[in-house]
Design a protein around this ligand. Structure first.
Ligand code: 3EB
Length: 350
């Protein structure tokens, strides 16, 4: 059996999803700017609470990952995880304010410490589970564009992710997971969730872009360790995980100040990844129309133009979730991630 078709993603409002009565939930993320209502109680599966406001009618939205298998859940360090079929879903949060103890001030800021703790726990949880392969990581970083300790916080995060990966013998180039790194509401915890599989994915780079792990030092002392996309499975079952993708060609931002053009450039990048992934996996059904999209918008007043560009490219019936989040470069107005493939159908959110 391949690992492709047994995994499903759905974006849903908390009432639509009826989480606790549903079978086969591997894990979920709840997105809301402030207090979380539906996710207030306990769940038997890992639930990442992500502090990014939802754009649109709903106050809170869920990203629900299901597998058609028996689920076993537990925790390891700060990580809550669940395993089902070939998959492992994990979630963790580290509150920076809880790290500042008495004593001499550290040279490193609390975000670097939090990131290092988070990634060490993440890798330890994977090791304890028999080392399934990281496929996709979602990172949410409060105040991502603020400078502290002489460095932008996104760059501090990159430094610590890099150090934690190196010191635990993990790759920082090449075979690195698909990922995204977005801002979250000030004062919220560093929040990370991830998907791993017993099967190694294929690691896909974008021919239009310099690999992020080869970015020149002008973007920070340590390059971001992620692949542009990963693909699990082969042929018609293959599932594609597209990293956070933005209006970057080569290593430079294009169309600063023009959110419509940034959206079009981002879609061109996703199309290039689809072509690479189709070629590598033999899945010809990997097309824009088979993907579910999560769209991060820095300034909500840009939402109408960004939405118009997206809907004209992927149609109104596509599964699209819009969130308000800062993006890891000040000149980026929008970032888009996607999941899908020919082997499964996602349900739309409307
Ligand atoms: C970019 O292409 C935009 O640091 O994990 C996208 C996806 C971005 C993942 C990460 C950052 C990350 O460089 C930013």
């Amino acid at each position: 059996m391949s690992s492709g078709p047994s995994l499903r993603l759905e974006y849903a409002t908390p009432s639509e999803s009826q989480l606790d009565h549903r079978q086969g939930v591997l894990g979920a993320a709840a997105f809301a700017g402030g207090a979380h209502a539906a996710g207030g109680g306990r769940t038997d599966f890992p639930l990442a609470r992500v502090y990014t406001p939802v754009l649109g009618d709903a106050r809170e939205m869920l990203e629900v990952w299901c597998v058609g298998e028996r689920i076993e859940s537990g925790s390891h360090g700060r990580v809550h995880y669940a395993r089902g079929g070939d998959f492992l879903f994990g979630s963790l949060a580290v509150q920076e304010t809880e790290l500042s103890g008495p004593g001499a001030p550290e040279a490193r800021g609390p975000l670097e410490i939090a990131t290092e703790l988070a990634y060490r726990d993440l890798y330890a949880a994977l090791a304890a589970a028999g080392n399934p392969q990281l496929v996709r990581v979602w990172n949410y970083i409060p105040d991502i564009n603020i400078d502290t300790h002489g460095l932008e916080r996104y760059r501090q995060f990159n430094t610590a992710r890099h150090e934690a990966s190196l010191s635990t013998g993990r790759a920082v180039t090449g075979n690195v997971p698909a990922a995204c790194a977005l801002g979250a509401v000030s004062g919220s915890p560093l929040t990370i969730y991830f998907l791993a599989s017993r099967h190694a994915p294929a690691f896909i780079e974008n021919p239009r872009q310099v690999s992020a792990y080869r970015y020149p030092p002008q973007y920070g002392p340590r390059s971001p360790a992620f692949s542009r996309a990963t693909v699990l499975g082969e042929g018609s079952d293959a599932t594609l995980f597209v990293s956070g993708t933005a209006s970057i060609v080569g290593h430079r931002t294009l169309h600063a100040g023009d959110p419509a053009a940034q959206t079009r450039e981002t879609l061109a990048n996703i199309e290039a990844l689809l072509e690479e992934a189709a070629r590598r996996s033999g899945n010809r059904a990997l097309r824009l129309e088979t993907l579910a999209f999560k769209v991060y918008v820095r300034d909500p007043t840009d939402l109408p133009v960004i939405r118009a560009e997206l809907e004209s490219a992927v149609g109104r019936d596509a599964s699209l979730l819009y969130l308000k989040a800062d993006i890891c470069r000040q000149d980026l107005a929008v970032e888009i991630e996607a999941v899908g493939g020919g082997g499964w159908r996602h349900n739309g959110s409307g």
